[in-house]
Design a protein around this ligand. Sequence first.
Ligand code: 5AD
Ligand code: SF4
Length: 440
Amino acid sequence: MNPSYFIETYGCQMNVADSELVEGLLQKQGYTQSKSLEAADVIFVNTCSVREHAEEKVHSQLGRYDLIKQKRPDVLIGVLGCMAQSLKHDILENRPYVDIVLGPDSYRRLPELLARKQTIAKSQVDTTLSKFEVYDDLFPSRKEGINAWISIMRGCDKFCTFCIVPFTRGRERSRSIHGIVSEVKQAVSEGFVEITLLGQNVNSYKHEGKEFHDLLESVAQIDGVKRIRYTSPHPQDITDPLLDVMATYPNICNYIHLPLQAGADSILKRMNRTYTKEQFIRLADRIRQKLPNVGISTDIIVGFPGEKTSDFAETIDVMNHVKFDSAFNFKYSPRRGTKAAEYDDRVPEDEKQARLIKVIELQKTHTLERNKSFIGRVESVLVEKESKRSKDQWVGRIDANKWVIFDKGIAQIKDIVSVEIIEAKGVSLHGKLINKAEAA
Ligand code: 5AD
Ligand code: SF4
């Protein structure tokens, strides 16, 4: 019988896409997907190092694998991704039951290392970072669904001082437009209607003179692509041509993730974010002006070393000005090897916690305010799933990336329908189906 695998994925969408790539590789070798962790011959965990909390979750999961291996010594355990890259020595030393450790640029070697592991007892390790690997020719194995994640570039050269990504994922490199376009076409032929272009710094895409807006335009012109999203961009590389392409093509969603991180110039400088508070606000204003009703989300870090109460007030000030549609808020956690981990003017934990609560509470009011501004509008919605509350209702997202709940009517999953927004409650919208006309 063919051996079976099970992959657990933690962290960002890049990891989700990488796991699909690994699944594609395994299936080519004759592996089948196991229904459960307990029954699998090989267990992989694709890991995340971005924050302490993410690593803790993986560590506790690895403890569980240890118990499985004690019961079934033949099972192979593989650690993939960012923690494999950043904590290789730790893992090899403290978790001897781990058989394979593979960094994000080494997945091609997986079949070879799996084969070697059959005859060699020693753990198999490859954490070489590459300047070129983009897996352009490998097709990921996707579960049937609505959205296909398509990785377009890898790595990050920005070196924000809090961030471990440039160390775990290496230097920036981009795939060819040709390779991306053929993967999108394949995804469309498999029934996917939404494409999300992915990269650690998605909008610094560059390949043979082509930039991110060129790629976006090429993807928007592919038949059958109902919706395009992208994540995660850096404010520095949001250009006018990019906003123009977004405004031109109705199938490019009216939504931008614009990570602020902090509001005070001194903190932004110390974070190496390359923009000032003023520049960020001006950029957000320009986006709202060029793309009416755009959804803007953000990432905020509170309690970065040296962040004084007055600095934190600047973050609140930017939030009050921009009124983000949603925000992912984090307490700063030092990451080994990054520059900021060496700063010793750390903010006390209880102060970080108090600031986190403040941004979460403020964001709730902004989200509601922004959502309310959509009441009365007719929005195009991609029908994604049944509501958890009622089997008579669908849930889908409007262009600006807000969830809306509405009675099913004659709409079907994967349809783009017109929905009138009638209510804003919590983080969701409630609406009324207007018609089933296909948009875009
Ligand atoms: N501490 C807290 N948050 C972090 N992020 C990245 N590194 C850290 C860290 N050391 C956050 C940033 C980034 C998001 C993906 O994670 O806000 O945009
Ligand atoms: Fe990390 Fe900054 Fe690169 Fe984003 S841009 S991955 S936050 S270093």
